[in-house]
Ligand binder design. Structure first.
Ligand SMILES: Cc1cc2nc3c(=O)[nH]c(=O)nc-3n(C[C@H](O)[C@H](O)[C@H](O)COP(=O)(O)OP(=O)(O)OC[C@H]3O[C@@H](n4cnc5c(N)ncnc54)[C@H](O)[C@@H]3O)c2cc1C
Length: 317
């Protein structure tokens, strides 16, 4: 069986889709776990998106606690003998997965970008060396514990006719001395590039801060969001870090990504490579970004951008 857990609902739907793939290969079922909620509509939603079973687990806790949730997962696994445990690569998920693997004395691969069965063994792929290589690893121990970041896989379409089991469980977890003293919501930033469907991103090809408005105008007419490469947010500080895309910034998956004055170094590509359509504007015909682009415009951004924005404006009106 393949057990799936994430504390992020959207991520959970993505993980269920992958769990479904893997469980088919292993001739097993995909089981989702939700903790400490009475909301059965959530369990039904997971079934409509591919889960064969949902465990609604009560631990008596009303918030995530690494040690206790690890205990709860361990107890579920004792009963169900799962072969694979897929956890969302959220902050809590990574803590849970690594604690669980350590307790069960089994392997754990964090931040997988792919997962499949090869020669009967669960095999994972993850990005290493700043995006320059992909590590392919195979599990020799069971259960295999992996984490998968948000937006790596697409959820399955909702199917209202799907049937599945909802099983309610109470799990007595050991209490640990650590306490949560306070929970503070993180302030949301100016923009949310991670959920944007259209992103127009700027790089060091821009000569001064004021020129960024050329990108903002195009983003506005396309009803999209402005993004940027690391130097624009981290070094020049022309835009806030919410805009920063790449390996050390945000990972995005828009329908359209327009990279303007961005060279296309691997660390930038790592954050936007899953975009549906990529358009690159760069004056250097040899720029690496063109290797990752579906459409390329070789030209000076100061000439191309105003023309492109006007053309889009005309088309939109
Ligand atoms: C550990 C690590 C993590 C990193 N994480 C990230 C990350 O998350 N995101 C990220 O973006 N980078 C990241 N980097 C930095 C990355 O390696 C690059 O340095 C960075 O992406 C380059 O940004 P850029 O493309 O804007 O600038 P440059 O590489 O300087 O490219 C500017 C481009 O603009 C073009 N250009 C110049 N003038 C014009 C013009 N008038 N018209 C059209 N084109 C023009 C040039 O031909 C050039 O291709 C990371 C680096 C490391 C080591």
């Amino acid at each position: 069986m393949v057990l799936v857990y994430s504390d992020d609902e959207k991520n959970m739907l993505e993980l269920i889709a992958k769990a479904k793939d893997v469980s088919k290969e292993l001739d097993e079922k995909a089981t989702a776990v939700v903790f400490d909620t009475d909301d059965e509509s959530l369990a039904k939603k997971y079934i409509m998106h591919g889960a064969d079973r949902v465990f609604m687990v009560k631990t008596g806790l009303n918030t995530f606690k690494g040690e206790e949730y690890t205990d709860a997962m361990e107890k579920i696994l004792e009963e169900t003998n799962e072969e694979v445990v897929i956890v969302g690569s959220t902050k809590n998920g990574k803590e849970l997965a690594s604690r669980l693997a350590a307790k069960l004395d089994t392997g754990c691969v964090i931040d997988c970008i792919n997962l499949y069965v090869k020669d009967g063994k669960l095999t994972t792929e993850r990005v290493v060396y700043s995006g320059n290589a992909i590590a392919v690893e195979r599990f020799n121990s069971k259960p295999a514990v992996v984490t998968i970041p948000p937006k790596v896989f697409d959820p399955l379409p909702e199917d209202e006719s799907r049937a599945g089991e909802v099983i309610k469980k109470e799990v007595k977890v050991d209490r640990y001395p650590s306490r949560i003293v306070d929970v503070k919501e993180m302030k949301t930033g100016e923009v949310n590039v991670e959920d944007a469907e259209i992103i127009v991103s700027c790089g060091r090809g821009f000569k001064k801060k004021e020129d960024i408005q050329l990108v903002e105008e195009l983003a506005k007419v396309l009803r999209g969001t402005t993004g940027c490469s690391r130097p624009i947010a981290a070094d020049l500080k022309w835009l806030s870090e919410d805009h920063w895309i790449g390996l050390s910034g945000h990972k995005v998956k828009p329908k359209l990504y327009i990279a303007v004055g961005i060279s296309g170094q691997i660390q930038h590509i790592a954050g936007m490579r899953d975009s549906d359509v990529v358009v690159a504007i760069n004056k250097d015909p040899e720029a690496l970004i063109f290797k990752s682009a579906d459409y390329g415009i070789v030209g000076d951004l100061y000439e191309v951008l105003p023309k492109l924005t006007n053309a889009v404006k005309e088309k939109m009106s």
